[in-house]
Design a protein around this ligand. Structure first.
Ligand code: AMP
Length: 207
C-alpha cells in the first residue's frame, strides 16, 4: 500500500512523512533524500548535477530508482515523498503498481502559498546525522551551533526560483492527473506542523 505525498519544495512533505512514518510504522521513501545519500555513486554524481541547479533529474533515472526501491519493500506500507513529479513518472508509476499489484491508497497534495514557501526554504536547516528538518525561526533545532546542521545547496534564492518554476511546469500537471483519477486529497499546508499532522492523521488513519 502506497501513499504519495506531492507538493512544492518547502510545503512540508518531508517533515510530515517523517512524523507519520514513525508513528504508524511506515517506510518513508524520499527520492530527494535517496539521491542525496548516493553522493558518491555514479547515479548520485549524475543526479547532483541537476539537484544543484534546482532542476529535475531525468525521468528514466527516477523511474529506475523508484522501481528498484518499491520492489525491495513491496510488502510494506510506504510513503512516497517527492515522486512522481512529472506526468511521465506518474504514468510509469501507474504501470509499476499494476504489475506489482500494489494499492495506491491516496495522493496527498500539500497546498501552500508561494510567500510561505520561500520563507520556509530560506530558513530550512537539516541535521545530516538524523535527517531531521528544522527552520531557523519557526522550528529551531536544540542547538544552532551543532556542526551537523547544514543548509541545502538548492535552498539558495536563485535556485528556489528555478525549483518553483519547475514545480509549476512539471508537477502541477501531475497533481491534475491524480485529481482527474479522483484519488487526490488536498490539504492546507499553510497551517502549523502540528495542525497539518492532525489533518493527515484524521484523513489517512481514521480510528
Ligand atoms: P527534494 O528533496 O524532494 O526537494 O528533492 C531535491 C531534488 O532532487 C529535486 O530538486 C530534484 O533535483 C531531485 N528529485 C527528487 N525527486 C525527484 C523526482 N521525482 N524527479 C526528478 N527529480 C527529483
Amino acid at each position: 500500500m502506497v501513499f504519495v505525498f506531492l507538493g512544492a519544495p518547502g510545503s512540508g512533505k518531508g517533515t510530515q512523512s517523517k512524523l507519520l512514518a514513525k508513528k504508524f510504522h511506515l517506510i518513508h521513501l524520499s527520492t530527494g533524500d535517496i539521491l542525496r545519500e548516493q553522493k558518491n555513486s555514479e547515479l548520485g554524481k549524475v543526479a547532483h548535477q541537476y539537484i544543484v541547479k534546482g532542476e529535475l533529474v531525468p525521468d528514466d533515472i527516477m523511474i529506475d530508482l523508484v522501481t528498484e526501491k518499491i520492489t525491495a519493500v513491496k510488502k510494506d506500507k510506504i510513503i512516497l515523498d517527492g515522486f512522481p513529479r512529472t506526468k511521465v513518472q506518474a504514468e510509469s508509476f501507474h504501470t509499476l503498481l499494476q504489475q506489482k499489484n500494489i494499492d495506491l491508497k491516496k495522493v496527498i497534495y500539500f497546498s501552500i502559498n508561494k510567500e510561505s514557501l520561500v520563507k520556509r526554504l530560506l530558513g530550512r536547516i537539516v541535521d545530516q546525522n538524523t535527517g531531521e528538518i528544522y527552520h531557523k525561526e519557526h522550528n529551531p533545532p536544540p542547538s544552532l551551533n551543532s556542526k551537523d546542521l547544514f543548509c541545502r545547496s538548492d535552498d539558495e534564492p536563485q535556485k528556489i526560483n528555478v525549483r518553483l518554476s519547475v514545480y509549476e511546469k512539471e508537477t502541477m500537471p501531475t497533481i491534475d492527473y491524480y485529481r482527474e483519477k479522483k484519488i487526490l486529497l488536498e490539504i492546507d499546508a499553510n497551517k502549523s506542523i502540528d495542525e497539518v499532522y492532525q489533518d493527515l492523521v484524521k484523513n489517512l488513519f481514521p480510528s
